[in-house]
Design a protein around this ligand. Sequence first.
Ligand code: SF4
Ligand code: SF4
Length: 97
Amino acid sequence: MSLERKIIIEERLNSNAWDVDQRPHIRIIDPDQCRKCDKKPCLYLCPARCYTPGPDGTVLFSHEGCLECGTCRLVCPENNIEWNYPKSGFGVQYRFG
Ligand code: SF4
Ligand code: SF4
């Protein structure tokens, strides 16, 4: 059995670095659609927790910690997310694995 210490997800994420562009590379197209979205999967499936509950059933998005995994675009049942990679030179820099 390996004696290597298991590395938990938070440690892996902390080993990354971001060069954050001021302009978000992802945006919610129509906030009103989020009010009608019952399950709001973006809140639970974004590994970086970029989506948080907003007032009156809306969802707030913050691009700073985005891992560029694409999950939010795939799980949004309303196709309500405009998704692009950050401009060249910006975004996450993976330093581990
Ligand atoms: S999954 Fe899409 S429509 Fe639903 S709350 Fe998130 S961004 Fe809005
Ligand atoms: S691309 Fe991944 S990390 Fe970035 S906001 Fe979407 S789900 Fe979160």
